[in-house]
Design a protein around this ligand. Sequence first.
Ligand SMILES: [Fe+2]
Length: 208
Amino acid sequence: MEDKLTKIINRYWVLFSHVPTSEEKMHHHIWKTLHKTEEALTTFSLLLRSKQTKPVCNYLENIFNNYQDDEPLLDYLKDLSHLLTWEFGYDELPDNLKERYAFAELLGPRGMVISDELILGLVLLAPNTYYPRHRHPNITETYICLYGSCSIDLQNQRNVLQKNDYLFVPKGNLHAIFSDKDNPCLLAYAWTSDAKTLKTNQMKLESY
Ligand SMILES: [Fe+2]
C-alpha cells in the first residue's frame, strides 16, 4: 500500500514536471507542486481516512477496463481505488451533480500522504456532466486530463482538454467543466496555497 501510494505520487511528479510553464505565476505553482511532492515523499507521513465511494465511482470500472495501457498512473490507481475517499466538498450540491461528480485527495493536509501547502487529487465526472462555475480565491490550480476529455471554461474562454492536456487556473479565476457526452472524464489536479487555506478551504459553486 505505501509502495503503491509512492508510485502514484511519483507519477504525479512526472506528469506535472512535463507541464510547460510560460508565465511566472504558473512557473512558481508548478515548481512548488514538484518541490512539495518531493518533500512529502521524503517524510512520507500517512493518514488514512475511511474509504468512501460516490455514485459516479461506478464509472471507474469503465475507465479501468478501457484505458489505453500507456498511463502508469491509471495502473497504480486501479490497484488502490478501493482505498480512496471520494467526496463532494460542497455543502450545497445540486442533486444531479451528486450522481455525476466526486473528488478524492491523494496528498494534502488531510492525507492520504500528508503535505501542508499542496493538494494532489482526482476529479471524476460522469459523461455529459456540467460542473458549474466556481472559484478558489486563494488557491492556484492545474488540471491534467488522465482519461476522456472535457472542456473547461476559464474566465469565459473555452479550453478543450484531451488525454495529457493541462490547464492552469490562476487563483480566484472562475472556471466550469463540461465532460464529453459519451465518456467519463478523470482529471488529476494540483492545488497550491498556504497551509491554513488548504486546511480550511470551503468550496462554493457560483451558479447552477
Ligand atoms: Fe477548481
